[in-house]
Design a protein around this ligand. Sequence first.
Ligand code: PLP
Length: 401
Amino acid sequence: MVDLVEVGRIKGGKKPEIYSLLNTIGDILSRGYVDKPVVVDDEYRVVERRELYWALRIMGVKLVPVVKPANSNIEISVSLESLGFYDEVRGDPVKVYNSTLELLYRGWPTPIVRIRSLSSKGYRVWAKLEAYNPFSNSVKDRIGWSMVKDYIESQGGIPPEIVYEATSTNTGVALAAMAAIYGFKARLYIPMSIQKASDTILKAYGAEVVRVPKSLTVEAIEDVKQDAERDGAVNLNQFYNDANFEVHLRYTAKELDYQLRSAGIVPRGFVIGIGTSGHFSAITTYFRNRLHGSVTFYAVQPAPGDTIPGIRRVETGMKWIEWLGDVEIIDVSRNEAIESVLEIARKDGLFVGLSSGAVARGFKKLVESGKISEGDYILVFPDSGYKYIEQLEQYFEQQRA
Ligand code: PLP
């Protein structure tokens, strides 16, 4: 009576806003199975439970359980695994890819690794290494791909001619790589406070760089939007574009779920930095439901007056974090973040970026506060240290003085 049909064969009409699907997505994740079928007509057009169809599609199933209208009320119990929910995050063991684009999305999952220097006294700390993304060597490759893919789909397969975007570097590099692959131009606006090396990296990719007299990327949003309108350019706007949240829900969070289940790790908490809040909000949304409240989520922000590239303070306003309600927040200073970068480099042999250092320091502060119980903790390390030589040189000079 129930058919499992390939998701691409089903016609679901216009995609709803992700916000309107969050309850349905939460139900599916917390149950781990689908208890009602999507109802379709003879042409596979969805006639009932459109939210369920779109929630499943956005979460990346291969198959959808469907029935004809006469059977719409039957109850079912079809596991997410049997719908191919985890298939796209299992990774390719042979690692041979047909294009640089495949290198990105078929290269996932990015690894998770136990960080010895942070693990002690009953605390096991696992870091997800987003530097293993191929273009910006950061978590931002995911959203560069997802925002461009969404845009192209919305335009019936036609790429933009030129994209303008405010970025603190990583999203810019990801978009510059997409521009190279899809054959469009990119003009990237970066605040003065960002390291000089970013200009060189972006120019190497063929992008145009505009330095704006601001200290935070978010302060440039309006100007970039106006410039884009004036010039007829596309502004994907990572700060408001739901493709940011969605890609982290469907891939970053689902990958982590798959990796943790496969390794038998049951997390007690997650510690994550917040910039646009895309990956923190999506991972929190996913695991709050999947792990039924037995887990805590901590957001890391720069201490007042400090800048740490890639992350910012929650009161500067973040779209998706506002969907989460109360969030636990930890302040970390720039020097504390750098000290943790150096400690991880010197004890674990891993050279991570400043926001990763902030996340590591945030975790140490939690342990020192005695607030958290022993167990497994998951940290997301957004990038590597190689873009931040300037900041590290300044730090070493400051230490010498
Ligand atoms: N860390 C680095 C180095 C980043 O570039 C970013 C985002 O730009 C973040 C952290 C924050 O990620 P999100 O925008 O998903 O909050």
